[in-house]
Design a protein around this ligand. Structure first.
Ligand code: GAL
Length: 367
């Protein structure tokens, strides 16, 4: 879909966006060579490509929720799925494979957002539409994610509050290749730089991995006494786990850990939060992101209007000129696990309250 139409949509009313969407759907007609239900009845192929599998959300939630939502919306749509395992070159090959399999819609969560333009162009040249999923791609036809700068702001505000706005921290950011990481970092610095909290050292983890986070913090313990580390900003739960392993491995008692932040509401993080070993996480209700992606993808595959904000109940905005769906993140601490994570059915009490965490669950009113 020509970018210029997006720019009209960016400044125009929803009606214009609808028109732009109809034009986008033209990209899927037979003239583009894309599959069509009007043709030989072949299934319509939708490709889902996710960036890595160390962060549990992708295989546990994003993939199954997207596949189920597509199946519920479109009986003759087929989802082809790929996980890049944090390998940019591998993801490029996966996009080429998806195109060769006839994908008319590519839902792409890029390992490297800034470097994804070539993949998007290849898909669009084949007649496919591209949805940038969770991480921004400037060349995409649509973008959806959570309000990532607010994620960073929420994390930093919770940390500064837990520390009583004093003391020193280590700061572990996400992968520089991940556009979300830059937004989390900007949001967090917007708070930290205005606080009385001092950043001892800052680290941009090249692959988000818990292992890299653990190594970084272990290295800091050779420079700083553990008592000088009064808090840790960890951009996601995977890294928070690495931080806890390094600190306890370095002699800090599990019940004397400094406040540590996180993101993604992973099971292990919720358990740490209930046990007092992590201060908070950010819960991003994956269902709304995966199901909205499925709605938009199926509409494009069927050549229908892309759902408008009133239908999806989401404030549709334009992020850097790309029609976007931006969702609201939620701060989770010991006090609201029951009212968010459990109440939403994101996890059950059985998922969380295993073994040593049973008592912590009881204390938090989770049964
Ligand atoms: C970000 C994503 C986070 C987390 C992180 C690690 O892009 O928004 O939720 O998953 O990647 O992969």
């Amino acid at each position: 879909m020509p970018r210029s139409i997006h720019r009209i949509a960016a400044s125009g009313a929803a009606l214009l966006f609808g028109a732009a969407a109809l034009t986008a759907c033209g990209a899927n007609d037979d003239s583009s060579g894309g599959d069509s239900a009007d043709g030989g009845g072949d299934s319509k192929v939708i490709a889902l490509l996710l960036p890595e599998s160390k962060t549990t959300r992708y295989e546990a939630f994003d993939k199954p929720l997207f596949e189920d939502a597509v199946a519920n919306l479109c009986s003759d749509c087929e989802v082809v799925y790929y996980n890049a395992d944090q390998d940019e070159a591998k993801q490029t090959q996966q996009v080429d494979t998806a195109i060769s399999e006839g994908a008319s819609v590519v839902v792409l969560d890029p390992v490297n957002g800034a470097g994804a333009g070539g993949m998007v162009q290849s898909a669009q040249d084949s007649g496919a539409s591209v949805i940038a999923y969770d991480r921004f791609i400037a060349e995409a036809d649509y973008y959806m994610s959570f309000d990532n700068e607010t994620v960073g702001k929420m994390q930093a505000e919770a940390l500064v509050e837990a520390m009583g706005d004093k003391g020193s921290i280590l700061m572990l950011n996400g992968a520089p290749s991940d556009p979300n990481a830059a937004q989390f970092k900007a949001g967090a610095h917007g708070v930290l730089d205005e606080s009385n909290v001092k950043i001892l050292e800052e680290y941009d983890n090249p692959d988000w991995s818990p292992e890299n986070a653990q190594t970084f913090v272990t290295d800091q313990l050779s420079k700083y006494d553990a008592s000088e580390i009064n808090g840790v900003y960890a951009a996601n739960d995977g890294q928070a786990g690495g931080v806890v392993a390094a600190l306890t491995g370095g002699g800090v008692a599990a019940d004397a850990l400094p406040p540590i932040t996180g993101q993604d509401a992973e099971v292990a993080a919720i358990q740490r939060i209930l046990a007092g070993q992590q201060a908070m996480t950010i819960y991003k209700p994956i269902p709304i992101e995966a199901e909205t992606a499925a709605e938009v993808a199926v509409a494009l595959a069927n050549g229908d209007d892309v759902p408008n904000p009133t239908e999806t109940g989401i404030d549709q905005t334009d992020y850097e000129g790309v029609p976007s769906y931006i969702f609201t993140p939620i701060v989770v601490t010991k006090d609201n696990v029951a009212d968010t994570i459990i109440a939403d059915g994101f996890y059950s009490a059985d998922d969380i309250c295993t073994g040593e965490y049973a008592k912590a669950c009881e204390a938090a009113g989770i049964s």
